[in-house]
Design a protein around this ligand. Structure first.
Ligand SMILES: Nc1nc2c(c(=O)[nH]1)N[C@H]1C(S)=C(S)[C@@H](COP(=O)(O)OP(=O)(O)OC[C@H]3O[C@@H](n4cnc5c(N)ncnc54)[C@H](O)[C@@H]3O)O[C@H]1N2
Ligand code: MOO
Length: 400
């Protein structure tokens, strides 16, 4: 049985991902979205020469020891001084207020001595001091954020400052999940003999929802042809961009998912990957819908979603693939087989910096070993095992 190399499988999937398209969303709903077009400043910031201090606006050349300036008015944030500062004059000013015409510097009030309607200064003045020139932060027409950037807290505050009330962001796919298997019951239901709680969709939904417009969990369907056929027909009749099934992906007599998907018009691009866990992964398309058949084993389902579906979703949104992490091993790894191993691991903080602690458990049905995992070490095919301290490649499970 020939197994497709992991990198070839990722390349085949990415080929099927449509080019990103944009939609407009209000700023308040743009958190976590990927920008589809550059964010361009529509005005200068600050829009006027602004004071950086509470103090006095004046001409620097007028500050001479023993010389008093006449106070002729006030400029406050939101209500500037409309006149002009002439030689020998000063204007009371507050942080963020427009620096009046004629003034070229601001001296903070701690360095001023006020006497009625006059002011003198205890420190020399420098032109431009404590003045934020118009457009110093950003200028009209300037690109502030590049397309492909995910809008986090910092980027949203920039967009708001640029007065961008509506953002062009990448449209997200609608994802459908379906768990297959006669043995499955939903969490919370009584567990009968020979039954297993269906956990996969409860890990996949939060893993994938940051990239998706919706993740619809279609629950469980048994391994009976008619029921699976009708469930798939229902799902395909709805609006979806990506279908993800779990279970029934292998070669057993009850592993009928592939057969039914083909019957429903899915064209298979590949099945079975040279990796562990996750060997029986299948991928195909039905019209514009991408179809991923993940293995049922809980670790295999999560690992294949991280390794194959997350890159497809990033591509969908126009978000550049992040580089893999390179960190030293906190403990030795055992020898690998001929399949690329995505090894559960934990990021640990040591006095020497962050390191990767491998999780010894390799059974793909061992759910509890996922509890402490936040990284996947990428162990190359045929790797003899590495001693502690070796720098190795890894994927972050929680990173976008
Ligand atoms: N003769 C062979 N047998 C198997 C092979 C093989 O190559 N030849 N491959 C093995 C590998 S590797 C994997 S991985 C599994 C995958 O099998 P399936 O995708 O067909 O998965 P199932 O048989 O349906 O289930 C496997 C396991 O996972 C449990 N399961 C299923 N769905 C869920 C769910 N939603 N939540 C939690 N647990 C789930 C299921 O009860 C089984 O225990 O096949 C090997 N066999
Ligand atoms: O490929 Mo399977 O996921 O090892 O158990």
């Amino acid at each position: 049985m020939s197994l497709l190399p992991v990198d070839d499988a990722i390349a085949a999937i990415l080929q099927r991902v449509p080019a990103p398209t944009a939609e407009r969303v209000p700023l308040s709903q743009a958190g976590g979205r990927v920008l589809a077009e550059p964010l361009i400043a529509a005005h200068d910031q600050p829009p006027f020469h602004a004071s950086a201090m509470d103090g006095y606006a004046l001409r620097a050349a007028d500050v001479v020891e023993g010389h008093r300036l006449s106070l002729i008015g006030t400029s406050q944030a939101g209500a500037g001084f409309s006149g002009r500062v002439a030689p020998g004059e000063a204007v009371r000013i507050f942080t963020g207020a427009p620096v009046p015409e004629g003034a070229d510097t601001v001296i903070m009030q701690e360095e001023a001595l006020v006497d009625g309607s006059h002011v003198s200064f205890t420190a020399p003045a420098r032109p431009g001091h404590s003045v934020r020139p118009r457009g110093n932060d950003f200028a009209r027409g300037q690109q502030l954020i590049a397309p492909g950037t995910r809008m986090g807290a910092m980027q949203l505050s920039v967009a708001a400052a640029a007065n961008s009330a509506i953002l062009n962001v990448a449209r997200r796919p609608r994802i459908a999940l379906l768990a297959t298997g006669d043995e499955l019951v939903l969490p919370g239901d009584p567990l009968g003999p020979d039954q297993i709680v269906a956990s996969n969709s409860y890990g996949l939904a939060p893993l994938l929802s940051p990239y998706a417009q919706s993740v619809d969990d279609h629950g469980i369907v048994g391994d009976e042809r008619a029921k699976l056929r009708s469930k798939l027909a229902d799902i395909f009749a709805g609006d979806l961009d990506i279908l993800i099934t779990t279970g029934g992906a292998s070669v057993g007599d009850h592993d009928i998912v592939q057969e039914l998907l083909l019957e429903m018009g899915v064209t298979l691009d590949f099945w079975r990957i040279n990796m562990r866990p996750g060997k029986p992964l299948m991928f195909g398309t039905r019209g514009k819908t991408l179809v991923f058949g993940l293995p049922g084993n809980p670790v295999s389902a999560m690992v294949t979603a991280i390794v194959f579906i997350k890159p497809a979703l990033r591509r969908w949104l126009g978000y550049a693939e992040p580089p893999t992490w390179r960190l030293p091993l906190a403990a030795a790894t055992p020898p690998n087989t001929a399949r690329r191993h995505f090894m559960r691991a934990r990021l640990v903080h040591t006095p020497n910096g962050p390191q990767l602690e491998p999780i010894a458990q390799t059974d793909s049905g061992h759910t509890s070993s996922l509890g402490g995992a936040n990284m996947l070490i990428i162990q190359p095919e045929g790797d003899p095992g590495q001693p502690a301290g070796t720098t190795i490649e890894a994927l972050s499970i929680d990173a976008f």
